[in-house]
Design a binder for this molecule. Sequence first.
Ligand code: AMP
Length: 118
Amino acid sequence: MYDNDNIFAKIIKGQIPCKKVYEDEDVLFFEDINPVSKVHVLGIPKVKCVNFSEFIENNDKEIVANFFQKINLVVEKLGIKESGYRVISNSGNDGGQEVPHFHVHILGGERIGPKINS
Ligand code: AMP
């Protein structure tokens, strides 16, 4: 069940500020408030979905494809396409998900260690 008051829903609605990296009508990318690497950006689709599986199962292919294409665009915009990066999505309890709105972490700007998960 999607919580309309989760922190990322509030960021989409502009009720909580964020440092925007990229936004259009379908997606929002912004800096993580507690970065674990030199570059740490979060990406969210604006549709209401709790986790990765919900996003994939409940949305048209165009919306899913567009989100992943926007990740690639942001990677380019961040200047980390050549140096390398990691895209992570934590799902559910075992995945270590804290915020119940599907999101990806884009980590880069330095060598990312093997165990880092957000
Ligand atoms: P996860 O554990 O995958 O759900 O990751 C949630 C991420 O959201 C963490 O890396 C937090 O640092 C980040 N976060 C929480 N609140 C905010 C906020 N207001 N602005 C930016 N990032 C946030």
